[in-house]
Design a protein around this ligand. Structure first.
Ligand code: GLU
Length: 624
């Protein structure tokens, strides 16, 4: 063990973890948590972790080295990300966690999506009979759902972890208290939000110290966040959903802490203490399909991610990549994604409110029927209509229905929330594995970059604006599977994915990026499984995303637009919008992933460039 420690500490990969260990052994230390170089790939054993942030990855590794499992490590990483990547995730938001339990050989999903308060009404998103401009809803009390994060963490740890919140939140407390060195990405994110953050005295106090973003190289601390984590570490989820934090959340939303010189008013929220007290995370069955001999698991409704990825794979499975050119296969990838998006937008909503045709969407027979809508020679020129998966349902949906249900209908009447997406500006994905073979693929979010822009005064965390993920049809009386209703969870695109072969894990992956999450996961799977790219190359490759927008266009990164494939696809009628760069970086998604190698090692990867590059580490092994 000693030998391993020395080996690991001489490599740059785990320099942070080792520095961190030293710091942890000196509790009096108040120096900032160091920032080592990022490494996008590592191979080894004993456990692995990858996140967008080196401190979060190191926290996961620290927990694994201390004997914690993959679930403990994922929650520890999420706790740190709530401090270092606070505009993407945090305890003011929610997420979906997909877990492989090696002992039991089964996969479970923990849905801790935010919910609409019980006083929510669909009319709240209209004024004078027309939808309120979404940019106004984004920064408001109205768009905040009841946060699911803390309950989700607690459920995950109690059911599947080996450590408690009191232990796994320690790395997050440490980083919040001692601070960390700010990088360009953090500055860019803060700068893009200055006008919003200035509206609220609490947000300006935390994120605009002295009225400005902390500059690159400056040390950012968040003692209020450390205090909040301590309360949760000591009191569990009760400390968050009842008592002083809950009261502060309700006060913040119903009486926002406006700055004296705020340039505009914001809409008030309707969340009450009972909404917080009643919040429940759901342990759900995953959705599952097969693809060329692999078994692919994802999370089902209320996220559309698992269903859309599964349907697109089922469509693609009808084509043999070896028997056609890469361009011809990419054409089918784009058209399969287009069809999957048509169905996902029309039919997926909170399964406790609408009958989502899960069996039909996952049916191989439905895929055969639906594939007939793909022209092998030409791209669809515009938005395609949804298919009819209901005809392929095996059973009625087993989900309980509540009184205020509406049937799922075609999405054409709806103004898709996806229209507001700004790819790669929100959300984050964590992957972890442990020496026992457990695996976690976990996406967490506060929705828009910086959520609703409102920090809970004195508690240091931003609240989400996840309710903007509801669809707002042109008229408040138009039915849609994803309209706002009291207590409902808005549809998500989050797509944590696990791939197995012969019962053993092969891959774990996921991404941020709004509705591009689905295509990023899909394209990474195609790159790796169909085109045979090594995992890091599959992740780094230029992205192209087809989401059935009204004009029929796909969004692509500049490198893809400049490729010969793009030129050949244009010949087939494909139209591309430019999806980047944003702040000097490519703009679609930021994957983290693990490959389980046949020799028992794992290769864990993070983005080499997007979002400034992520951090992949193993417990025993090296950066390679
Ligand atoms: N709110 C988005 C969703 O749940 C995630 C945030 C994002 O990455 O855009 O699908």
């Amino acid at each position: 063990m000693r030998r391993l420690f020395i080996a690991v500490c001489t490599g740059s990969l785990l320099a942070f973890a080792c520095a961190h260990d030293k710091a942890a052994s000196s509790p009096a230390s108040s120096s900032p948590v160091p920032t080592p170089p990022l490494t996008p790939q590592a191979t080894g054993q004993g456990g692995a972790a990858s996140t967008v942030d080196v401190r979060a990855t190191a926290a996961a590794i620290e927990i694994l080295k201390g004997g914690g499992n993959a679930v403990d490590a994922a929650v520890a990483a999420a706790g740190v990300l709530g401090v270092t990547d606070p505009y993407s995730c945090g305890i003011g938001g929610g997420g979906f966690m997909l877990i492989y339990l090696a002992d039991e050989k089964r996969v479970v999903a923990i849905d801790h999506r935010e919910t609409a308060p019980r006083a929510m009404s669909r009319e709240f998103f209209y004024e004078g009979g027309a939808p309120i401009p979404m940019m106004e809803v984004l920064t408001s009390g109205l768009s905040a759902g009841v946060p699911g994060m803390v309950r989700g963490w607690e459920v995950a740890l109690q059911r599947y972890g080996t450590r408690g919140l009191s232990e796994v939140l320690q790395p997050g407390i440490r980083v919040a208290e001692r601070g960390f060195e700010v990088d360009q990405f953090f500055v860019d994110q803060t700068t893009r939000n200055v006008d919003r953050f200035k509206l609220f005295s609490s947000t300006a106090r935390v994120y605009l110290p002295g009225g400005k973003p902390t500059p690159v190289g400056g040390i950012f601390t968040n003692p209020d966040m450390a205090k909040t984590y301590r309360l949760v570490a000591e009191g569990g989820s009760r400390a968050f959903y009842q008592g002083e934090i809950a009261r502060a959340i309700v006060d913040t939303l119903t009486n926002p802490p406006m700055a004296p010189d705020a340039s505009r008013k914001v809409r008030l929220g309707v969340m009450q203490l009972a909404d917080l007290e009643d919040y429940e995370a759901r342990v759900r069955e995953p959705v599952k399909t097969t693809y060329r001999g692999y078994t692919v698991y994802g999370v089902g409704a209320p996220t559309s991610g698992g269903l859309a990825v599964s349907l697109a794979l089922n469509l693609l499975e009808g084509y043999e990549p070896a028997s056609m050119s890469r361009v011809d296969f990419l054409h089918r990838y784009l058209e399969s994604s287009r069809l999957a998006f048509a169905d996902r937008t029309a039919y997926v909503g909170d399964p406790e409110y609408v009958d989502v045709p899960v069996d039909g969407l996952l049916s191989k027979a439905y895929a055969i029927e639906r594939r007939k809508a793909i022209d092998p020679a030409r791209a669809a020129p515009r938005e395609v209509p949804a298919g009819n998966p209901f005809a392929f349902q095996v059973d009625p949906s087993p989900a309980p229905r509540m009184a205020a249900t509406v049937p799922a209908v075609m999405g054409s009447a709806a103004l898709a929330a996806a229209e507001l997406d700004t790819p790669d500006r929100e959300t984050t994905h964590i992957v972890t594995s442990d020496k026992a073979g457990n695996v976690v693929s976990y996406t967490c979010t506060i929705e828009f970059e910086g959520g609703d822009g409102i920090v809970v005064p004195g508690y240091g965390f931003l609240l989400n604006n996840e309710l903007t993920d509801f669809d707002v049809p042109k008229s408040p009386t138009a039915p849609h599977a994803n309209i706002p209703e009291p207590g409902k969870r808005p549809r998500s695109s989050i797509s944590p994915t696990l791939v197995f072969k012969d019962g053993a894990p092969v891959l774990a992956l996921g991404s941020p990026g709004g509705s591009t999450i689905i295509t990023t996961v899909l394209q990474t799977l195609v790159n790796h499984l169909d085109f045979g790219m090594p995992l890091l190359e599959a992740v780094a490759a230029p992205r192209v995303s087809q989401r059935n927008s009204a004009d029929g266009a796909s969004q692509a990164e500049p490198e893809f637009l400049a490729s010969p494939e793009a030129a050949a696809l244009k010949e087939k009628g494909h139209v591309f919008g430019n999806a980047g760069p944003v702040a000097g970086m490519n703009a679609i998604g930021a994957v983290t992933a693990i490959r389980f190698n046949p020799d028992g090692t794992v290769t864990v990867v993070a983005e080499p460039k997007r979002r400034g590059g992520g951090s992949a580490m193993v417990v025993e092994g090296a950066a390679k």
